[in-house]
Design a protein around this ligand. Structure first.
Ligand SMILES: Cc1cc2nc3c(=O)[nH]c(=O)nc-3n(C[C@H](O)[C@H](O)[C@H](O)COP(=O)(O)OP(=O)(O)OC[C@H]3O[C@@H](n4cnc5c(N)ncnc54)[C@H](O)[C@@H]3O)c2cc1C
Length: 232
């Protein structure tokens, strides 16, 4: 593992992994799940739950009119045990009046055609979930990953920030409801601009909501871990 110029802990792959686009599923007008095939369809990616991937692509820089290498990070949405493919949930930063060029990398991915390839160059993350309430968490001073065990885990995920949370062994709404039924999870969706039929949370997340729904602060460090993940 090494800390890269973005301050991220990354394990660079010896050889970049070439993945090829199989297809995409629309979740919203600007948000899609892209399925990519791994080079060996028998094998898994080899990442841990909550880790993200570093991607690289050569994209035309509109200012210099030259192709340049750009890197971005995405959390796989597929599970660590899924062999042969990886799913990425990506919000595409489309061009609009405020952002006339939109997002470089997300638009590049959106314009990829089936069969075209993208490179995974590294795997990283400050948190890894090992199962059975055990986590590896990066100590910011030593940069070492330290093992911790927590009794309660609270997660606040906004927009595409839901992707690392998905990996925490949860898949979409139906599964969340199943977990809730067996008392393993309390799930509270908050929609910013709901229609009149919506009966759950609305607007922005407030400190009152956090106090009501998240595991309480505890003097015992081992009790609660609260995680926050949001889009920029
Ligand atoms: C660890 C990590 C994990 C991540 N995981 C995911 C993930 O799983 N899924 C995911 O979708 N993203 C994820 N991201 C974000 C992702 O890496 C990119 O930053 C994102 O796709 C934007 O890249 P871009 O090149 O398209 O935009 P850039 O070209 O970098 O755009 C720069 C900025 O311009 C602004 N902008 C441009 N167009 C618009 C617009 N239409 N509306 C609003 N703002 C705009 C935004 O602020 C944008 O960030 C992750 C980031 C990190 C650091």
């Amino acid at each position: 593992m090494q800390v890269n110029p973005d301050g991220r802990l990354i394990r660079k792959l010896k050889e970049p992994l070439q993945i090829s686009l199989l297809g995409k599923e629309e979740l919203a007008t600007d948000t899609f799940v892209y399925r990519f095939e791994l080079p060996d369809i028998q094998k898994t990616l080899g990442h841990s739950t909550c880790q993200y991937l570093e991607f690289e692509a050569e994209i035309l820089n509109r200012e210099t009119k030259q192709k340049e290498k750009f890197m971005r990070y995405y959390h796989p949405m597929s599970k660590v045990i899924d062999a042969g493919y990886v799913d990425l949930l990506i919000k595409i930063y489309l061009r609009n009046f405020k952002h006339p060029t939109g997002g470089l990398f997300s638009q590049y991915i959106d314009q990829m055609t089936e069969g075209s390839t993208l490179k995974i160059t590294g795997i990283g993350g400050d948190i890894e979930y090992l199962g059975h309430s055990n986590f590896l968490i990066r100590n910011k001073e030593t940069q070492q990953m330290e093992k911790k065990r927590f009794k309660n885990v609270g997660m606040i995920a906004g927009g595409s920030g839901i992707t690392p949370m998905f990996q925490y062994d949860i898949i979409l709404d139906e599964d969340l409801t199943e977990y809730e039924k067996i008392g393993k999870l309390y799930y509270f969706p908050i929609v910013q601009a709901p229609d009149e039929n919506w009966q759950l949370g609305s607007g922005k997340i407030t400190s009152g909501m956090i106090e009501s729904f998240m595991p309480p602060k505890s003097n015992n460090y081992q009790q609660s871990l609260n995680l926050l993940s949001r889009q920029r």
